[in-house]
Design a protein. Structure first.
Length: 190
Protein backbone atom coordinates (compact mmCIF):
# COMPACT_ATOMS: atom_id res chain seq x y z
CA UNK A 1 0.00 0.00 0.00
CA UNK A 2 1.16 3.47 -0.88
CA UNK A 3 -0.17 6.58 0.88
CA UNK A 4 0.38 10.22 0.05
CA UNK A 5 -0.95 12.27 2.98
CA UNK A 6 -1.29 16.01 2.51
CA UNK A 7 -2.24 18.95 4.65
CA UNK A 8 -4.99 21.15 3.21
CA UNK A 9 -4.23 24.51 1.63
CA UNK A 10 -4.16 27.77 3.55
CA UNK A 11 -7.20 29.44 5.10
CA UNK A 12 -7.53 32.98 6.41
CA UNK A 13 -7.21 31.58 9.93
CA UNK A 14 -3.90 29.92 8.98
CA UNK A 15 -2.69 33.27 7.67
CA UNK A 16 -3.77 34.93 10.93
CA UNK A 17 -2.11 32.17 13.04
CA UNK A 18 -5.44 31.20 14.59
CA UNK A 19 -6.12 27.75 16.01
CA UNK A 20 -8.70 26.16 13.69
CA UNK A 21 -9.33 22.71 15.10
CA UNK A 22 -12.74 21.58 13.92
CA UNK A 23 -14.04 25.02 12.96
CA UNK A 24 -15.15 24.67 9.35
CA UNK A 25 -13.07 27.32 7.59
CA UNK A 26 -12.72 27.34 3.80
CA UNK A 27 -9.59 27.87 1.73
CA UNK A 28 -8.42 31.34 0.77
CA UNK A 29 -6.90 32.15 -2.63
CA UNK A 30 -3.42 31.14 -1.47
CA UNK A 31 -4.84 27.82 -0.26
CA UNK A 32 -6.45 27.18 -3.63
CA UNK A 33 -3.09 27.89 -5.31
CA UNK A 34 -1.38 25.47 -2.90
CA UNK A 35 -3.94 22.78 -3.71
CA UNK A 36 -3.30 23.43 -7.41
CA UNK A 37 0.43 23.04 -6.81
CA UNK A 38 -0.17 19.63 -5.20
CA UNK A 39 -2.32 18.68 -8.20
CA UNK A 40 0.49 19.71 -10.57
CA UNK A 41 3.20 17.96 -8.55
CA UNK A 42 1.45 14.58 -8.64
CA UNK A 43 0.50 14.64 -12.33
CA UNK A 44 1.40 11.31 -13.83
CA UNK A 45 1.10 9.45 -10.52
CA UNK A 46 -1.62 6.84 -10.20
CA UNK A 47 -3.97 6.80 -7.23
CA UNK A 48 -7.00 4.60 -6.72
CA UNK A 49 -8.86 6.70 -4.21
CA UNK A 50 -8.84 9.98 -2.28
CA UNK A 51 -9.94 9.94 1.34
CA UNK A 52 -10.63 13.39 2.77
CA UNK A 53 -11.61 15.03 6.01
CA UNK A 54 -15.13 16.43 5.58
CA UNK A 55 -14.05 19.90 6.78
CA UNK A 56 -14.33 22.46 3.95
CA UNK A 57 -10.64 23.29 3.76
CA UNK A 58 -9.65 19.65 3.29
CA UNK A 59 -12.52 18.72 0.98
CA UNK A 60 -11.89 21.72 -1.29
CA UNK A 61 -8.19 20.78 -1.42
CA UNK A 62 -9.20 17.22 -2.37
CA UNK A 63 -11.55 18.48 -5.08
CA UNK A 64 -8.83 20.66 -6.63
CA UNK A 65 -6.27 17.83 -6.56
CA UNK A 66 -8.85 15.49 -8.07
CA UNK A 67 -9.08 17.65 -11.19
CA UNK A 68 -5.88 15.85 -12.27
CA UNK A 69 -6.92 12.39 -11.08
CA UNK A 70 -10.68 12.06 -11.60
CA UNK A 71 -11.05 9.29 -9.02
CA UNK A 72 -13.55 8.64 -6.22
CA UNK A 73 -13.36 10.81 -3.10
CA UNK A 74 -14.56 9.39 0.20
CA UNK A 75 -15.05 11.61 3.23
CA UNK A 76 -14.15 10.15 6.62
CA UNK A 77 -14.89 12.11 9.80
CA UNK A 78 -12.00 10.38 11.59
CA UNK A 79 -9.70 12.55 9.46
CA UNK A 80 -11.09 15.77 10.96
CA UNK A 81 -8.58 17.93 12.77
CA UNK A 82 -8.18 17.49 16.50
CA UNK A 83 -10.74 19.48 18.45
CA UNK A 84 -9.08 22.30 20.33
CA UNK A 85 -12.30 23.12 22.19
CA UNK A 86 -12.55 26.66 23.52
CA UNK A 87 -9.10 27.45 22.14
CA UNK A 88 -10.36 27.39 18.55
CA UNK A 89 -10.19 30.86 17.04
CA UNK A 90 -7.48 32.06 19.41
CA UNK A 91 -4.23 33.42 17.99
CA UNK A 92 -0.88 31.94 18.98
CA UNK A 93 -0.10 34.95 21.27
CA UNK A 94 -3.48 34.42 22.98
CA UNK A 95 -2.63 30.74 23.45
CA UNK A 96 0.74 31.66 25.00
CA UNK A 97 -1.11 33.98 27.40
CA UNK A 98 -3.51 31.16 28.31
CA UNK A 99 -0.53 28.85 28.91
CA UNK A 100 0.75 31.25 31.58
CA UNK A 101 -2.48 30.77 33.55
CA UNK A 102 -2.84 27.06 32.68
CA UNK A 103 0.60 25.53 32.04
CA UNK A 104 -0.94 22.08 31.44
CA UNK A 105 -1.87 23.29 27.94
CA UNK A 106 1.80 22.98 26.99
CA UNK A 107 1.38 19.19 27.35
CA UNK A 108 -1.45 18.73 24.83
CA UNK A 109 0.82 16.55 22.65
CA UNK A 110 2.04 14.46 25.59
CA UNK A 111 0.54 10.98 25.25
CA UNK A 112 0.94 9.97 28.90
CA UNK A 113 -0.36 13.22 30.36
CA UNK A 114 -3.38 13.15 27.98
CA UNK A 115 -4.41 16.76 28.59
CA UNK A 116 -8.02 17.65 27.78
CA UNK A 117 -8.11 21.13 29.32
CA UNK A 118 -10.54 23.71 27.93
CA UNK A 119 -12.38 21.19 25.73
CA UNK A 120 -9.25 20.02 23.90
CA UNK A 121 -9.63 16.48 22.56
CA UNK A 122 -7.27 14.40 24.72
CA UNK A 123 -4.29 13.14 22.74
CA UNK A 124 -4.95 9.46 23.50
CA UNK A 125 -8.50 9.71 22.08
CA UNK A 126 -7.26 11.68 19.07
CA UNK A 127 -4.46 9.19 18.33
CA UNK A 128 -6.88 6.25 18.68
CA UNK A 129 -9.22 7.85 16.15
CA UNK A 130 -6.41 8.19 13.61
CA UNK A 131 -4.94 4.74 14.35
CA UNK A 132 -8.39 3.13 13.93
CA UNK A 133 -8.74 4.86 10.56
CA UNK A 134 -5.27 3.72 9.43
CA UNK A 135 -5.80 0.13 10.60
CA UNK A 136 -9.03 0.01 8.61
CA UNK A 137 -7.67 1.43 5.37
CA UNK A 138 -4.60 -0.82 5.49
CA UNK A 139 -6.85 -3.85 5.78
CA UNK A 140 -9.39 -2.62 3.22
CA UNK A 141 -7.06 -1.08 0.63
CA UNK A 142 -3.84 -3.03 1.15
CA UNK A 143 -2.96 -3.20 -2.57
CA UNK A 144 -4.08 0.35 -3.39
CA UNK A 145 -2.52 3.78 -3.78
CA UNK A 146 -4.38 6.21 -1.55
CA UNK A 147 -4.23 10.00 -1.34
CA UNK A 148 -5.31 11.35 2.06
CA UNK A 149 -6.25 15.01 2.48
CA UNK A 150 -6.39 16.12 6.06
CA UNK A 151 -4.90 18.49 8.63
CA UNK A 152 -1.58 19.29 10.27
CA UNK A 153 -2.61 17.80 13.60
CA UNK A 154 -3.86 14.58 12.00
CA UNK A 155 -0.52 14.09 10.29
CA UNK A 156 1.19 13.91 13.70
CA UNK A 157 -0.24 10.53 14.82
CA UNK A 158 -0.20 9.37 11.19
CA UNK A 159 3.57 10.00 10.99
CA UNK A 160 4.08 8.24 14.33
CA UNK A 161 2.00 5.27 13.15
CA UNK A 162 3.78 4.74 9.83
CA UNK A 163 7.21 5.24 11.38
CA UNK A 164 6.44 2.81 14.22
CA UNK A 165 7.31 5.33 16.94
CA UNK A 166 5.81 4.17 20.27
CA UNK A 167 2.93 6.51 21.15
CA UNK A 168 3.88 6.33 24.81
CA UNK A 169 7.14 8.15 24.03
CA UNK A 170 5.30 11.12 22.52
CA UNK A 171 5.78 14.17 24.75
CA UNK A 172 5.76 17.01 22.21
CA UNK A 173 5.97 17.65 18.47
CA UNK A 174 9.75 17.32 18.24
CA UNK A 175 9.64 13.82 16.72
CA UNK A 176 7.32 14.73 13.85
CA UNK A 177 7.70 17.05 10.88
CA UNK A 178 5.62 20.22 11.00
CA UNK A 179 3.98 20.42 7.60
CA UNK A 180 3.02 23.74 6.11
CA UNK A 181 -0.21 24.11 4.21
CA UNK A 182 -0.09 22.16 0.96
CA UNK A 183 2.87 19.97 1.98
CA UNK A 184 2.68 16.20 2.04
CA UNK A 185 4.29 13.01 3.29
CA UNK A 186 4.64 9.67 1.51
CA UNK A 187 4.33 6.30 3.23
CA UNK A 188 4.60 2.75 1.92
CA UNK A 189 3.53 -0.48 3.55
CA UNK A 190 4.76 -3.73 2.02
Amino acid sequence: MYVLATRHGQTNWNAENRIQGQKDIELNDTGREQAGAIKDSIKGEKFDLIISSPLKRARETADIINQALNIPIIEDARLMERSFGNSEGLTKPEIRELELEHPEITDIWNYKRNVGYNGIEPFQEFAKRIYDFLDEIIEKYHEKRILIVSHGGVLVPMYIYFNKIPLETMTDLSVTPKLKNGEFLRFEIK
